[in-house]
Unconditional design. Structure first.
Length: 210
């Protein structure tokens, strides 16, 4: 099989908070040699750095609400215009609603590009909540309180899960069972990508080893 014939690796990873998408996203991005672009991380870095952007979004993030689309999409457009994202990227946490799906399609379409795969990490609600509580204890994130977690999961179910319908219609979605050990889930992701001819360079067919 020809490994990743087009050489492009433009991925999204989508899943509820606590699905492990951050951790898995980093592994996929590293294996394919593309940057992981996580909007939540970018916003949090701006909040802790006290930037203008950080000041604008801090209250929104602490409530677990969504930052306005125009602001978020502009941030992503700027990031994806950087040279290191020319051949690919892994987006984590964006797009998060229909408006952002359209913004991304317009931006990529303008460059003559499209997505190669959307990785959907499936984790039952109860499992997500347990993992988020664990993370709250370990990392002390200000948006990992009980009330804010409930708000973020509700927004996921209402606004983010439906975007998968758009990508399913384009046959881009790889549904992955997110319950299991970290390694098991990683392997499932690499196997699913490989089934679409998306194989990390130099990985000998096993992206997890890269
Ligand atoms: P995350 O780490 O992906 O859970 O993101 C943390 C917070 O950042 C979210 O609860 C939102 O307040 C904000 N955020 C991250 N990504 C987006 C996005 N694509 N659209 C709007 N807000 C976002």
């Amino acid at each position: 099989m020809t490994a990743n014939p087009t050489g492009s690796a433009r991925f999204l990873i989508v899943g509820p908070q606590g699905s492990g998408k951050g951790t898995q996203g980093v592994l996929v991005a590293e294996a394919f040699g593309v940057p992981q672009v996580a909007t939540g991380d970018i916003f949090r870095a701006n909040v802790s750095g006290g930037t203008e952007l950080g000041k604008r979004v801090q209250a929104i993030i602490e409530a677990g609400d969504l930052v306005p689309d125009a602001l978020t999409s502009e941030l992503v457009r700027d990031r994806l215009a950087q040279p290191d994202a020319a051949a690919g990227f892994l987006l984590d946490g964006y797009p998060r609603n229909r408006g952002q799906v359209d913004d991304l399609a317009e931006f990529l379409g303008g460059r003559g590009e499209g997505l190669d795969a959307v990785i959907e990490l499936e984790v039952p609600r109860e499992e997500s909540i347990t993992r988020l509580h664990d993370r709250a204890v370990k990392q002390g994130r200000t948006d990992d309180t009980e009330e804010v977690i409930a708000n973020r999961l509700a927004i996921y179910e209402r606004e983010t899960a439906p975007i998968l319908d758009v990508y399913r219609a384009q046959d881009l979605v790889l549904a992955i069972d997110g319950v299991g050990t970290l390694d098991q889930v990683t392997q499932r992701i690499f196997d699913a990508l490989a089934s679409r001819g998306l194989i990390a360079q130099g990985s000998g067919g096993n992206g997890a080893a890269a």
